[in-house]
Design a protein around this ligand. Structure first.
Ligand code: ZN
Length: 711
């Protein structure tokens, strides 16, 4: 699973950040340190090798390795052994005993008006030897409940609440029936579709891949192109991790062996509905037999017949058996101890578990991580140890409910809150050549600056390539020539990957990196080595670039004299969030003048701090004691965006600037926005006050840091 960014439009921050300085300087470095850093980066970038990327990618994609499987656990041991060889320190494997979800059996049969037994597995493709592997799982969705029913089928489009309203308007109830919904259009997390069906009283939900979204209507399909073939099945979990991620029976604390557990019946993130994914091959016989009203134009799909809403005509028998025994997940952790500031951590992570082979998701990221760690290890062997500590993690069970990273983040929350500088996530390293860089507002300028020092396989700088692909924009938006540096990084961060616990629970600034392209085999057996070598990244050049980019970004954060976080830029992001909240809404009931004033003050304090830092760095060398004091304060800022009570109704999600909708889509100022959307003005006022106080606290903090620098 990754950020749903492929499907969610990138909303561009309406902010104006200061211009990135020329590459002779680096944000957060004095000129002497910048020269030294450039040497380190040049050395570092020369190490990742496309042949090694391919070799590692082959190891990770050789066999299916779903969370909790023997193969995935072997890969944990493999990573630990490799890291030790590469020179990483304190390599450990951490175990979490979690509520398991594995398929035992599933069957789906149409019993009327004709008989059809669904295949529920993906057929081999001659050109792709891995597609013949007998270990490939059938159709299943993580956290489905077990059960059996025979019921009529209703087509509910994308399975969003408004779709059920339309069904109701047509006199159709889904109570006790089986809803058939499609992925995407517009994209929303399948867990939200399951929750919505559960709330509507459906007996079960079937989620299929319509060729209009990721199949032949988009372009050539596997083995001739990157889009999903007839039999591809999008597996995935339906966990309600938008309520609380991680192991459903340990919400808010770590599932270490022996930890307290709540009954599964009481777990808010555990679905209470049967769910199964289908290929369009298996959905077609159901869809073409549906009667009832003709579905509206925008509900029609890519199959060559009109879609109907359904009635009593199509009856199916569904049976799902799951194994929910407790099972261990393993997080591999390694580090490179900082030479000067060992107690300041830059944390890097990628998940290891895959629905099947995980060609893109996540093994492209895992291969890039292994080449990045090899290069980091070589630097250390050559005497170039970073100033701060790098902590590198291979997560488990991301696909189930962001589980490994969540449990690890919960276990070490206190230590992270005192030591962690930032978290850099790579889930899918590459499904194509278009760079997508995400960062919280304060880290966006340093991310943009970093891309200037990397070379894209096209021969341009990554910065230039990014700018051009960003100007082209998502397919559905008109091209824009006006993408300036302040609009490049995506500062809208939802959920759907392992950054979630660090941003929303621990309060760490986060960055997410990925290259994207046409990709129609997500979570299917065809997302594999063949796909990567023919479509995603033939030659492994983008894997190599990812290793370089990820490492250079980490090394800048690890080596900076003053941490390169830009709070004036952050303030402009927050102002844009508030503007969007107010846009086109009747806001007479809510006075945001106080919030706006605090944003202005925070921006002014951020600007002054930037100036003082620039002056201090320009003076040559910064006094280490003063540097330490300023860096402590800079680290503190993100923590101050946390509200210990969390956002209303979702106490685990504590960040007041960033949250996610139930669809995983980004949701800025989550507590405030949700209250305004509900027109709950009492809660909205309270949330605005919380935002005001946090801004005030951070403004004071920045002013103190500036005063310290100006002493
Ligand atoms: Zn993933």
């Amino acid at each position: 699973m990754t950020s749903s960014s492929r499907f969610v439009f990138v909303f561009i921050a309406l902010c104006l950040c200061r211009l990135v300085p020329a590459q002779t300087s680096i944000l957060g470095f004095s000129s002497a340190s910048a020269a030294h850093q450039s040497e380190i980066e040049t050395k570092f970038k020369s190490i990742p090798d496309p042949n090694e990327e391919l070799r590692q990618h082959r190891i990770f994609t050789a066999e299916p390795h779903v969370a909790g499987s023997k193969r995935n656990n072997e890969l944990a041991n493999y990573i630990a052994a490799e890291w030790r060889k590469q020179g990483l320190e304190a390599v450990v494997i951490r175990r979490y005993d979690v509520y398991g979800t594995n398929p035992k059996s599933a069957s789906l049969e149409m019993v009327a008006p004709t008989h059809y037994k669904a295949l529920l597995h993906e057929l081999p493709i001659h050109a792709d030897p891995d597609s013949k592997n007998p270990a490939i799982s059938g159709a299943w969705l993580g956290m489905s409940i077990s059960g059996e029913c025979t019921a009529p089928v209703i087509y509910a489009h994308s399975g969003n609440p408004e779709d059920y309203q339309l069904l109701r308007a047509n006199g159709i109830s889904v109570k006790g029936k089986i809803v058939l919904v499609r992925y995407s259009n517009p994209y929303s997390y399948r867990g939200f579709k399951a929750l919505t069906a559960q709330r509507e009283g459906a007996a079960a939900i079937l989620i299929y891949s319509d060729p209009a979204e990721d199949g032949y209507k988009q372009g050539k399909v596997v083995p001739d192109g990157p889009w999903g073939p007839e039999y591809h099945i999008q597996r995935g979990a339906i966990t309600y991790d938008f309520m609380v991620p991680g192991d459903p029976v340990t919400p808010g604390w770590a599932s270490v062996p022996g930890a307290k557990r709540i009954p599964i019946e009481d777990a808010t993130s555990a679905p209470k509905i049967m769910a199964l994914p289908l290929s369009w091959h298996d959905a077609k016989p159901l869809l073409e037999n549906l009667d009832g009203p003709l579905a509206p134009e925008n509900w029609q799909g890519g199959l060559p017949f009109p879609y109907h809403l359904g009635g009593e005509r199509v009856q199916v028998h569904l049976k799902i058996e799951m194994d929910n025994g407790t099972q261990p997940y393993y997080v591999v952790e390694g580090r490179i101890r900082g030479a000067q500031l060992p107690d300041e951590w830059v944390v890097l992570g990628n998940h290891r578990d895959a629905w099947v082979f995980g060609g893109v998701d996540p093994s492209s990221g895992t291969a890039s991580m292994m080449e990045m760690t090899r290069a980091l290890g070589q630097l250390v062997k050559q005497g170039m140890r970073p100033r701060r500590t790098l902590v590198i993690c291979s997560w488990d069970g991301e696909e189930i409910g962001l589980t490994g990273s969540t449990e690890w983040g919960e276990q070490f929350a206190d230590e992270l809150r005192s030591k962690a500088v930032a978290y850099i996530n790579v889930d899918e390293a590459t499904s194509g050549s278009n760079f997508h860089g995400q960062a919280v507002g304060s880290l966006a300028p340093m991310l943009v600056e970093t891309t200037r020092s990397l070379q894209d396989p096209s021969g341009k700088s990554l910065y230039q390539a990014w700018k051009e692909s960003a100007a082209h924009g998502p397919a559905s938006t008109p091209p824009s020539s006006k993408i300036d540096d302040t609009h490049l990084a995506d500062t809208r961060i939802g959920s759907g990957s392992d950054h979630t616990v660090f941003l929303n629970f621990v309060g760490m600034p986060v960055i997410g990196l990925g290259f994207e392209g046409d990709y129609g085999v997500y979570h299917s057996a065809y997302d594999d080595f063949y796909w990567m070598n023919h479509f995603g990244d033939p030659g492994y050049r983008y894997h190599t670039l990812m290793s370089q980019l990820w490492g250079v970004t980490a090394l800048r954060l690890a080596n900076a004299d003053v941490l390169p976080l830009d709070f004036a830029a952050y303030a402009r992001n927050i102002r844009a969030f508030v503007d969007e909240l107010s846009n086109g809404r009747d806001m007479r009931q809510l006075d945001l003048k106080g919030v706006r004033k605090e944003i202005d003050d925070f921006e002014a304090a951020g600007k002054s701090l930037n100036e003082s830092i620039t002056r201090e760095l320009g003076s040559g060398n910064i006094d280490p004691k003063l540097g330490a004091e300023v860096n402590r304060g800079i680290i503190e800022v993100e923590r101050n965006w946390l509200n210990p009570d969390g956002i209303p109704g979702r106490p685990w999600f504590k960040h007041i600037l960033y949250g996610a909708r139930f669809t995983y889509a980004h949701l800025e100022l989550p507590g405030l926005t949700e209250a305004v959307e509900k027109q709950d003005w009492t809660t909205a006022k309270r949330q605005a006050e919380i935002l005001e106080r946090a801004l005030e606290t951070n403004t004071k903090l920045l002013e103190q840091l500036r005063a310290a620098l100006d002493r």
